[in-house]
Design a protein around this ligand. Structure first.
Ligand code: ATP
Length: 362
């Protein structure tokens, strides 16, 4: 079980009110977050939202324009603090391109940061790390004699070698092909858990973020919009942006009546709405429905709720885009046995087995 928003572990790294400006460009705005011992937290967001800048502020590769950075309770950057350089922070960084030293073999790469140990202790530590990343026996190879996945594991072992208090991973899987990416993210997660290391990873891939992290921080335009466990941010996104960024999202225009809520595809109990309270009676809101919350069935023009506008092949399933007669745009997921054609009229049924998130109508 991962650490949620209510996590109680010790805070390893804290950003408090951090803003970073480059000239007039604000890359990160008033950002506050705690990273807790042993967790893997992922910064997730679209290109340019400030993920890399946030990671660089954590590493000490950038200085905040405002706000403070704390490591294990000590200020390492901020107005009132002397700036602690990256090499003195106890922070490990795994770069996107792995940045291995090409002229050093695997052992020498892993041993590179182990300057405090004698030869024997260094050898032992390198052996342990090569075991940890499943590269025992490959110590004598040069980086260019390794596959992409193996190079990544060397980079990971090298950054874990000095036992950093926190490990920062910048888009760690983006240089791997799709199949390897999925395998390596499982492997890297297992290695991090086995090493018991606290880590922050950066990605724009929502599936990666949801599958490897204890917590996900969703960023938009230099700010964190929501932080929480993967299941919570996916099922209960606090904003439309988070809802749409984390997966396919449709919205049902919903009128909240005295006794029931009304949509164009049916009326339901109030408790279909997450966190429903009496004071919302009379309001019209947009209810979030994901493709697996809805099912389409064949209909004729008089029984239809809407029609198919697009069919999207996703491999194991089809996602149908449906335009409902009142203008709502939703999506329905189906297996291959149930096929619809574009323009076909369909009835749409709500099959969600959980309460749904909703937002004020725009
Ligand atoms: P990507 O996923 O594309 O790497 P990102 O979320 O990591 O994006 P950042 O690289 O942190 O985003 O950039 C955030 C914003 O700050 C962008 O608008 C970018 O253009 C700007 N920015 C980043 N670094 C600098 C810099 N050194 N000088 C000026 N502007 C910068």
């Amino acid at each position: 079980e991962g650490a949620g928003d209510d996590a109680t572990g010790d805070v390893v790294l804290r950003l408090d009110g951090v803003t970073k400006r480059y000239g007039t460009e604000e890359a990160v705005t008033d950002l506050s977050i705690d990273i807790r011992e042993g967790e893997l937290l992922t910064l997730l967001g679209p290109s340019g939202c400030g993920k890399t800048t946030t990671l660089r502020l954590m590493a000490g590769l950038e200085r905040p324009s405002e706000g403070t950075v704390e490591l294990n309770g000590d200020h390492v950057a901020g107005e009132d603090a002397a700036f602690v350089e990256p090499e003195d922070r106890g922070v490990g960084v795994v770069f996107q391109d792995f940045a291995l030293f090409p002229h050093l073999n695997v052992r020498e790469n892993v041993a590179f940061g182990l300057t405090d140990l004698d030869d024997e202790a260094t050898d032992r530590r390198v052996d342990d790390l090569l075991d940890l990343v499943n590269l025992a026996g490959m110590g004598e190879r040069a980086p260019d004699e390794l596959s992409g996945g193996q190079q990544q594991r060397v980079a990971l072992a090298r950054s874990l070698a000095p036992e950093p208090d926190i490990l920062l991973l910048d888009e760690p899987f983006s240089n791997l092909d799709v199949r390897l990416r999925v395998r390596m993210r499982e492997e890297v997660r297992e290695i991090l858990k086995e090493a018991g290391v606290t880590a922050v990873s950066v990605t724009h891939d929502q599936e990666e973020a949801l599958s490897i992290s204890e917590r996900v921080a969703v960023m938009n335009d230099g700010r964190i919009e929501q932080v929480g466990r993967p299941g919570d941010v996916f099922e209960d996104p606090e904003s439309r942006f988070v809802a749409s960024f984390l997966g396919q999202a449709g919205f049902l225009s919903t009128h909240i009546g005295e006794s029931r809520i009304e949509t164009t595809i049916g009326t339901y109990d109030h408790d279909l709405l997450r966190g429903y309270a009496d004071q919302y009676v009379g309001a019209t809101v947009d209810t979030l429905v994901r493709p697996d919350d809805l099912r389409a069935t064949p209909a004729n023009e008089s029984t239809a709720d809407g029609h198919i506008t697009k069919r999207q092949y996703t491999g194991p399933s089809f996602v149908y885009h449906v335009r409902l007669d009142n203008g709502d745009e939703v999506r329905c997921m189906h297996n291959h046995a149930e096929r619809f054609e574009v323009d076909e009229p369909v009835a749409v049924e709500l099959v969600a087995d959980h309460a749904l998130a909703w937002y004020p109508t725009e």
